[in-house]
Design a protein around this ligand. Sequence first.
Ligand SMILES: Cc1cc2nc3c(=O)[nH]c(=O)nc-3n(C[C@H](O)[C@H](O)[C@H](O)COP(=O)(O)O)c2cc1C
Length: 315
Amino acid sequence: MSERPAPVRTRVSELLGIDYPIVQAPMGWIARSQLASAVSEAGGLGIIETSSGELDAVRREIGLMRSLTDKPFGVNIAQLFVRDPSIVEFVIEQGVRFVTTSAGDPTKYTAQLHEAGLTVFHVVPTLAAALKAVDAGVDGLVVEGGEGGGFKNPRDVATMVLLPLVASRVDVPIIAAGGIIDGASMAAAFALGAEGVQMGTRMVSSAESPVHTNWKDAIVGAAETDTVFLNRFSKPGLRALRTERSERLEREGHVGMTEFGTAMDLYFGGDMEASLALTGQVAGRIDAVRPVREIIETTVAEFRARAAALSTFVC
Ligand SMILES: Cc1cc2nc3c(=O)[nH]c(=O)nc-3n(C[C@H](O)[C@H](O)[C@H](O)COP(=O)(O)O)c2cc1C
């Protein structure tokens, strides 16, 4: 690629101290230093996961981040998976400045994280959750549409509906998640009220993602209809890649967390029927495995071109 695109200045990029308001999604076992440092080095924000529950590994990964980049990065506290309240002290002790909290109650940790000087964004799947998080004093929201990969509210709402709805009711900065992979989707998110975007599925399929090639290839080969929504009538809802196993589970109804007991065989062993490959609908728009820097720089350049093209309609 030629020259790096100029920074995109929004409240999100200012708060996080990054050039481009593009955040890599937290993802159990995947959002570790190899991927997160590539994102931070490219001018976005890498995030280290805790949803694996492997806090010793997480500590090591945060240490590795410091040797791989001097740029900002964040940590996600996925409350459903890490219920131990000492997780907050743990994250504070690591010297992290930015946290996203998800899958839980925003009133639980926000005050304590603020007292320690951290910036806190809470992930929300509905307007009610967004208003509750704002009441709890969060600095911003990650507004996550149901087309995204991973754990979901069983009453899923698409980004196109949720994002402008939340944006019309809150003043805090918003990072949009769910369906975002490029400059067109980033421009759309900004038009709907976001000041930053988060990419999950796009980052799973990136060159620096540690997952097995079979998962990346399955994303590249997927159509937009190739994900399933599991646990529609129980919790937690899940969006995963369509495989024989996930299709069968979709019909059966309830999927327990034991499904993830064999996740490593899929994530890193490449056996796509061993567990569930959490993936969003936007897999249908991903046509190649690309390096993180290329993803970020192309996204920013396209974002600018799209925004400029849109402005011609109003002149
Ligand atoms: C493999 C995978 C694992 C995920 N794990 C988490 C997690 O641990 N914590 C969290 O807040 N979100 C998690 N998510 C949701 C992402 O943070 C993100 O919001 C979502 O992927 C965005 O939609 P997209 O996949 O269309 O980009 C996960 C998503 C994927 C694909």
